[in-house]
Write a new protein. Structure first.
Length: 285
């Protein structure tokens, strides 16, 4: 009898390895989208401008620079998708810029505006909170790049732009209403947002887009647009801070409530046994 050989053909294996290497090289040598990368660089510029403004004591300007960075972050991804030129270079550049704009800039704003006071003990605690926030932002972005970049339906953990928007909008909100909530409210809020970024709470991504843009939701979308126009008019007459912080807080709470509902309510409903249909009554009963 002939022995069956299970050894792989070294020639085929060599061709396979060469093909894999060529694919990796082609991925790394994809042409760089200059327009998208330029917009990403503007994102970095907005983050650095926010840091400088916070150091100089212009806290309102620093918060608005963070919102400008969020707009740039949305634009660069849209341009890359429309032109179909998403590259590894663009992804890495975007993450590095996000660490500055949505991690370091809000952390500097946290430290400069609210947390450092005359008492040294409280000041040190404030610095620790700002550092924790920046580190959690970096961890959130690294986890997304390695494990979650291919997930299209939802984000795992609060996205760093949403976290930065919450910090910046709360700064504007308290400044407009002249609220003195320096340490006892803003400190715990900072820790909560930092935790949400590295948590496993799911926040909607494409799911929300499909829900809003679906034809069956057309009338609801028009009603929301009408409400949005009225709110925008009211905010433009007074201050955008009246609207920005409630919207950011709503997004943070929405992910928490939606995750809790799916994990507990739906899980319990699936675990309940199905009700048996009532037995047929006997004739003459």
């Amino acid at each position: 009898m002939k022995r069956i050989s299970f050894k792989r053909d070294p020639e085929k294996r060599g061709h396979k390895l060469i093909g894999m290497r060529k694919r990796r090289i082609s991925e790394h040598r994809r042409p760089i989208n200059v327009l998208a990368s330029a917009i990403t660089t503007l994102n970095l510029y907005c983050g650095i401008a926010s840091i400088f403004a916070a150091i100089e004591g212009e806290y309102t300007k620093a918060a608005y620079w963070i919102f400008a960075a969020i707009v740039m972050d949305m634009l660069d991804g849209s341009v890359a998708r429309v032109t179909k030129s998403i590259s590894e270079f663009g992804k890495q550049l975007d993450s590095l810029c996000d660490v500055v704009s949505f991690g370091v800039a809000p952390a500097v704003l946290i430290y400069q505006v609210y947390l450092p006071v005359e008492q040294n003990a409280v000041s040190r605690v404030g610095a620790v909170m700002a550092i924790i926030y920046a580190i959690c932002t970096a961890l959130r972005l690294a986890r997304f790049n390695v494990f979650q970049a291919e997930i299209r339906e939802y984000f795992i953990g609060l996205p760093s732009p949403a976290a930065a928007a919450t910090i910046a909008s709360f700064s504007l909100f308290t400044e407009y209403f002249e609220l003195n909530v320096a340490f006892w409210i803003f400190g715990p809020l900072t820790l909560l947002i930092a935790y949400l970024m590295v948590s496993t709470i799911q926040y909607p991504k494409n799911k929300m887009k499909s829900m809003l843009l679906a034809p069956r939701n057309g009338f609801r979308l028009l009603a929301l647009c009408a409400v949005g126009i009225a709110v925008f008019d009211y905010a433009s007459r007074r201050s955008p801070s009246i609207v920005l912080f409630p919207l950011a807080a709503f997004y943070c709470l929405f992910g928490m409530v939606d995750t809790a509902y799916r994990r507990f309510v739906k899980k319990q409903s699936k675990a309940l046994p199905a009700e048996e249909p009532p037995a047929a009554q006997r004739p003459g009963a």
